[in-house]
Design a binder for this molecule. Structure first.
Ligand code: FRU
Length: 493
């Protein structure tokens, strides 16, 4: 029988006491992972261990603000049936007392190891950060091992989010960092045994490898080999908006390159945003036993709009994206909705070849709160094409300017706001719409827009229209809910 710390017990009590209010919110989603109460942010520790997929996440059960963080825990074998597992990590020790911050998981000798950042605030509110380990035999109950990496010289205490992986017979850890010049970097460590780590140094960052200023802090790095390339994901803070690029407060993006593990030099191309929507941050990946590189991200970010999300009244905020399989094609990182999600499809709402034109003669489908739409364009678009979703979100493609736009109503002002990307030729769209989120995959995953939106309850239409006649093939399904079983609190309180 596991002995629970007081703070862990209070977290479970929060879930129990707020169950009704959280679940009375009309904006709860149906096929996405959300917090049971409070605030969820980064996905953590993504791993397939003994056949089971584990998705841990940053979780503050006590309020819809950032603050003290636990590692919440979901598991699944098929991405449809999920189990709520017991809390994996609670901020109950001197080295993590103000938060068990983000990190990763690896399997070694039949055990599951977690690496995370212990966040500690001193008496004068100064920050300390420790990279810590925890270990488990069953992937459910974890024994903390304490700090394994301390802050190196030349860095501020914004030093966190260890991602660990294996190359040949060495372990590597990459950490999100800010150096003493207040420049964001990804810093590498190496180990033979997961417990003793040797500092190697930064492998990428602001003013490194030919980059200019790319932010004052890099969060949540993740490095992996895919399709013959070495990809580095990172979430930098402090990049200024530049035309249609970097329009969110914080960014998440990738580099494609080659990592030399003999001299630890990483040569890479430019930084490219991973997702063009309003809400996407801190993505993490895992390699599964089928060899797929799977990504899940936080469908949110700590921008100033968080305070205006209507779900806060119902004591919860934020969610994770659907899982996506990654591929590198011509140095572009593609994101493809995970194959398993096909099992969510329920009845077909429409399957038709249609000729559509002006708004009045557009094609309108009834939206059932959860929807997957697959759209193929049989001929090249000549004029502006639009999809309006629940009178709140608009998807617009302008083939003359080659610009793809997502529009939604701002949570605070209700005014229209937009995000864009360049698409040379629109041939396909795959769109996942949940009660309060939309994920748009363009041209088989070449670009993605992920966003929250909060439409009026009675708005339930999706309307397709085009300025000049165009032939499209529309296929849409109502999607089932994911099935969630709670195994977290069995008789422990
Ligand atoms: C990213 C992040 C991480 C940190 C965690 C704290 O969203 O700021 O850098 O570990 O969230 O919850």
């Amino acid at each position: 029988m596991q002995i629970l710390s007081d703070i862990t017990k209070s977290a479970y009590l929060q879930v129990r006491e707020n169950y009704n209010i959280v679940n009375s919110d009309i904006y709860r989603n149906r096929f996405h992972l959300m917090p049971l109460v409070g605030l969820l942010n980064d996905p953590n520790g993504l791993v397939q261990f003994k056949g089971i997929y584990h998705v841990f996440y940053q979780w503050n059960p006590f309020e819809t603000e950032h603050g003290i963080k636990f590692w919440g825990h979901y598991s699944t074998t098929n991405f449809i049936n999920w189990i709520i597992e017991p809390i994996a990590l609670s901020p109950s020790d001197w080295y993590d007392k103000n938060g068990c911050y983000s990190g990763s998981a690896v399997e070694c000798n039949d055990h599951l190891y977690l690496f995370y950042t212990g966040n500690v605030k001193g008496d004068k509110n100064e920050r300390f950060s420790y990279q810590c380990a925890a270990v488990s035999k069953d992937g459910v109950i974890f024994q903390k091992k304490g700090p394994v990496v301390f802050l190196p010289e030349g860095y501020t205490s914004h030093f966190r989010d260890p991602k660990v992986w294996k190359v040949h017979d060495s372990w590597y850890m990459i950490i999100g960092a800010q150096n003493s010049n207040i420049e964001g970097q990804a810093v590498l460590y190496k180990s033979k045994d997961l417990m003793n780590w040797r500092f190697i140094g930064p492998i990428a960052g602001s003013y490194l490898n030919g980059l200019g200023d790319l932010g004052y802090m890099w969060e949540c790095p993740d490095m992996f080999e895919l399709d013959g390339k070495d990809v580095l994901l990172v979430s930098p803070q402090g990049i200024k908006a530049d035309g249609i690029r970097y329009n969110n407060e914080f960014q998440s993006g990738y580099f494609v390159g080659k990592m030399n593990f003999d001299n630890h030099k990483y040569s890479h191309g430019e930084f490219i945003e991973l997702d063009r929507g309003f809400d996407f941050y801190a993505p993490q990946t895992m390699l599964d036993q089928k060899g797929r590189r799977i990504l899940i991200a936080w469908m949110g970010m700590s921008d100033h709009m968080q305070d205006f999300q209507p779900t806060k009244k119902y004591k919860w905020i934020h969610m994770l994206t659907i899982p996506r399989e990654l591929r590198v094609i011509n140095d572009v990182l593609y994101q493809i909705p995970l194959e398993e999600l096909v099992q969510l499809r329920s009845n077909v709402i429409i399957d038709s070849e249609a000729r559509i034109n002006q708004v009045e003669h557009g094609l309108c489908i009834e939206d059932h709160k959860t929807l997957e739409i697959s759209l193929k364009f049989d001929e090249a678009l000549k004029d502006e094409f639009q999809i309006s979703v629940r009178n709140n979100v608009k998807i617009i493609y302008n083939p003359k300017k080659k610009v793809f736009t997502l529009e939604r109503r701002n949570f605070k002002s209700n005014k229209i706001e937009q995000r864009h990307c360049v698409i040379d030729n629109l041939i396909n769209l795959q769109i996942f719409i949940d009660v309060s989120s939309i994920e748009i995959f363009i041209n088989y995953g070449q670009e993605v827009f992920s966003s929250r939106f909060f439409a009026e309850e009675n708005e339930s239409k999706v309307v397709f229209s085009s300025k000049s006649e165009v032939k499209i093939h529309v296929l849409a399904w109502k999607l089932n809910e994911i099935i969630i079983e709670d195994k977290s609190q069995q008789d422990i309180l």
